[in-house]
Design a binder for this molecule. Structure first.
Ligand code: BMA
Length: 340
């Protein structure tokens, strides 16, 4: 039985493998049959990666970043019974505006998927006179209605918290520039209605560790726990031969999530398998979603690998929280409320 509680539904059919007996280091272990989505997964799509999934009815649904054969990314819907083998639609998701008219982004990448009450929200990066955040909602994964873009450009890596805090929706994001941004801190913004956003707060910057010395960006939707919000994010190291993307972990204050209570100085996952080190963009582990079961404490982590594949890893709530706390190193800009 897990000691640390996850305040979220139970997911009996969570994909899972036990930790291998010889596992060492951070308590995150890869699925033995990774990657779970390979190249050319559907006609017209050459690569799927950086994608988000969620339990839905008796199985799972996902929003997938599909790199079309013309090189332009868009978002595709997928369904799965077991969270491991996925059936991806050939047609990209058709978004409409609030009056029911087609309203497609020119491009769309790195989607996240969050359930709040009876509605599912998708956030992604898209063109708004430069890369910025797109937002849409659905109740049935058939009709997808786009809402106003929450932020002005340039911005990436947005993810909503799975519930309102102090009466407001909360969205993490990473203000950036037009290209392969060589900087970036995680901020949060608040909204009473998902239209008007404000009360912006700084959450965390690059920190002390070399594996995340260039930029950080939020990853999976934060998981509510009895210790605070567990945030799995990506941190980027600028090496002499390019960026290296690893996964990090932090625990945010439950009522004031711009305060970082603990932040792991060690990466939790870093590129070392062939599908992470070799691909369209080498050396990328890019977490975008978790499936987590509050009964057992099991967490399945979905991450993009080398901008080419979707891969799966596992952890357990007690082990990951204890590891983050044991190896925590926070900076002043982490622990302050983030308002200047
Ligand atoms: C970032 C994003 C991600 C991508 C990563 C590595 O800027 O575009 O989609 O995985 O670069 O290429």
């Amino acid at each position: 039985m897990n000691k640390i509680k996850m305040i979220s539904p139970s997911v009996k059919n969570i994909p899972w493998q036990d930790k291998p007996a010889n596992h060492s280091g951070a308590p995150v272990w890869r699925y033995s049959d990774n990657p779970i989505i390979h190249r050319n997964p559907v006609e017209g799509v050459s690569r799927i990666f950086n994608s988000a999934v969620i339990p839905y009815r008796d199985g799972f649904v996902g929003v997938f970043r599909g790199e079309q054969v013309n090189g332009i990314p868009n978002i595709y819907l997928g369904r799965s019974k077991d969270g491991i083998s996925w059936e991806i639609n050939k047609e990209k998701i058709l978004f409409e505006d609030e009056n029911g008219k087609p309203f497609m982004p020119k491009y769309a990448y790195d989607p996240r998927l969050v359930n709040i009450d009876d509605t599912y929200y998708i956030m992604w990066c898209q063109d708004f006179y430069g890369p910025s955040i797109g937002l849409a909602k659905t109740k049935d994964f058939k009709k997808f209605v786009r809402l106003e873009n929450p932020f002005i450009p340039y911005n990436r890596n947005a993810v909503l918290f799975p519930r309102k805090i102090n009466g407001n929706y909360i969205m993490l994001s990473r203000p950036s520039d037009t290209g392969h941004t060589p900087f970036g801190d995680i901020f949060l913004s608040q909204s009473p209605d998902l239209v008007y956003w404000g009360k912006h707060r700084h959450v965390m910057g690059v920190g002390n560790s070399w594996w995340e010395n260039l930029k950080v960006g939020s990853g999976a939707a934060p998981i509510e726990t009895s210790e605070g919000w567990l945030l799995l994010y990506h941190g980027v190291n600028g090496t002499c031969s390019g960026y290296v993307y690893s996964m990090g972990g932090a625990i945010l204050d439950i009522d004031n999530p711009s305060i970082v209570k603990y932040r792991c100085e060690n990466f939790l996952l870093t590129p070392e398998e062939w599908y992470e080190e070799r691909g369209f963009v080498p050396n990328v582990c890019f977490p975008c979603a978790t499936i987590h079961d509050s009964d057992s404490g099991k967490i399945a982590i979905y991450y993009g690998a080398a901008d080419s594949y979707v891969a799966l890893a596992f952890t357990h709530i007690d082990e990951i929280i204890n590891y983050i706390k044991k190896h925590s190193s926070v900076t002043e800009s982490d622990t302050e409320i983030g308002k200047r």
